[in-house]
Ligand binder design. Structure first.
Ligand SMILES: Cc1ncc(COP(=O)(O)O)c(C=O)c1O
Length: 488
């Protein structure tokens, strides 16, 4: 058999594995040689027949590899008239040095300093915090509404929509807030977000200048604090007592650009901000020309007594930005929430959102709109409230009477979690560790404080328990396991 003709270029070292796609491997080998300069611009590649002979593969395989290189601009010319490596000066340049990590931007540094919340993976267990009874969500109904929307979506809703959110959903949210929360608002003030967290983060991006002071509850919702800190704010932790945020302490904190609060159910202590404090807080904002972010993350869960008017309903000067979410009524992964904005801010927030992500995905917005319009939402709120109440009762009734070092459980009138004080940090750690050993999740109250709090460490200790995540039977099992683990 005659030897194949010698090749005009050095293609030694090309080894093809017959078990994998040959054309792809040849294409990759040639491309690699073009990119690293071993095959210089203008080099004539061997004729497909010669290369096939040398490599012991079919000519068609070589032609397919050449075609791919041709399509991507690595080679030029016609097969038959010669195939040449294209002029690729820009591509063949040695790769640029990786960006220096020695001087990260200030924004990057701030982000690295703050441990942002990680995923809480897996199905909920007792007593996971921040999770509603999503085992009760009417997925059948949701699936039906979803199928109906996607079967025949209106063309008007499939393009680049309003960055403030789907018009129908915004109207329904505004009506819900007027009827259910006593807020005076119209749909132009509503901005649909990816959950309360994004609403808070947008406030941080748009209302805070680096170096501004921001007042947050201490202890409080750390992910809100992180959002403000990452925007460059200096955090001023304000004490919380039996009436909620201590407004006298807020006065002493000096000029703050804004205050972030959870008035209906303080996170994590569970206290409700009293009416007197609400009025003082609004007065503070007026006098200091500051903003208030009212995070009403679990406002739908009220078990007794009449809910107090939200700050946004008492606000006469347009200083309150009200944050709401569907994630505590439906399920967190839905990532759907909203902001009710003072009229003067609505346009700017929508513009910012347009730059971030244009707008939320239409499917979940449209289906939520239908879910509300058809009355399922209100029904579901009632069902969720009832379920959370009886899960709360199961926890309160079954909690061991005497847990050494642990205060008795408080009365719980609202929300999805409760908070109980423990008399030292060491005891808090012990209780949590032995609960974890028997598969029960408890959160440490000490984790909700700012690191530089003046409050002595032992006074920061406690347990935070979510009671809505799992049904009563599993609550009873978890309490039994706790009794064994704690020997009570
Ligand atoms: C006080 C508070 N605000 C906001 C959020 C975030 O809610 P979303 O899931 O809607 O982003 C949480 C979540 O646990 C929370 O506890």
């Amino acid at each position: 058999m005659p030897l194949p003709a010698p090749l005009p270029v050095d293609l030694s070292g090309i080894r093809l594995d017959p078990a994998r796609g040959l054309a792809r491997q040849l294409y990759q080998a040639l491309r690699e040689r073009i990119l690293d300069g071993r095959l210089a611009s203008g080099t004539r590649l061997p004729a497909s027949r010669d290369l096939a002979g040398l490599l012991g593969i079919a000519r068609n395989t070589v032609i397919r590899a050449f075609d791919q290189l041709y399509a991507e601009g690595f080679v030029e010319g016609r097969i038959g008239a010669g195939t040449y490596v294209a002029e690729l000066a820009a591509v063949v340049r040695p790769p640029p040095a990786p960006p220096s990590v020695a001087a990260p931007s200030q924004a990057l540094q701030r982000l690295q300093q703050h441990h942002l919340p990680g995923a809480l993976e897996g199905a909920p267990r007792a007593f996971r915090v921040g999770v509603p009874a999503f085992d009760l969500f009417p997925f059948e109904t949701w699936a039906r509404l979803s199928a109906r929307f996607w079967r025949k979506p209106s063309a008007a809703r499939l393009g680049y929509g309003d960055p403030a959110g789907d018009a129908q959903l915004r109207e329904l949210i505004a009506a819900y807030l007027r009827n259910g929360r006593g807020l005076h608002c119209d749909p132009t003030q509503i901005l649909v977000t990816c959950g309360a967290q994004q609403a808070i983060s947008l406030c941080a991006q748009l209302l805070v200048e680096p170096g501004d002071r921001v007042a947050i509850e201490n202890p409080g919702y750390r992910a809100a604090g992180h959002a403000f800190a990452v925007a460059g704010a200096e955090l001023a932790g304000i004490a919380v007592d039996g009436e909620g945020l201590d407004t006298a302490a807020l006065e002493r904190a000096g000029r703050c650009r804004l205050a972030y609060v959870t008035p209906s159910h303080q996170y994590p202590t569970g206290v409700t901000l009293s009416l007197a404090r609400r009025l003082e807080l609004l007065d503070w904002a007026e006098r200091h020309d500051s903003w208030i972010i009212e995070d009403d993350y679990d406002g739908e869960y009220r078990y007794s007594g009449t809910p107090l008017a939200p700050l946004a309903a008492l606000d006469r000067q347009g200083r309150v930005l009200y944050v709401g979410t569907f994630c505590k009524i439906a399920f967190p992964a839905l990532r759907l929430g909203y902001l009710l904005l003072p009229a003067g801010l609505a346009e700017a927030f929508a513009r910012r959102r347009a730059l971030d992500m244009r707008h939320s995905e239409i499917g979940s917005q449209a289906v939520m709109a239908e879910f509300i319009a058809a009355g399922h939402f209100q029904r579901h709120i009632r069902r969720m409230r009832g379920a959370a109440r009886s899960r709360r009762d199961a926890l309160l009734a079954g909690w061991p009477q005497q847990v050494p070092g642990c205060a008795p459980l408080p009365a719980v009138e609202a929300g999805l979690h409760l908070c109980v004080r423990v008399d030292s940090l060491a005891r808090e750690r012990q209780l949590i560790a032995s609960a974890a050993e028997v598969g029960v999740e408890l959160n440490a109250l000490s984790d909700y404080w700012l690191a530089d709090s003046e409050v002595p460490e032992d006074r920061r200790a406690g347990l935070v328990l979510g009671f809505a995540a799992v049904p009563e039977t599993r609550i009873a099992q978890a309490l039994q396991a706790l009794r064994r683990a704690w020997g009570v």
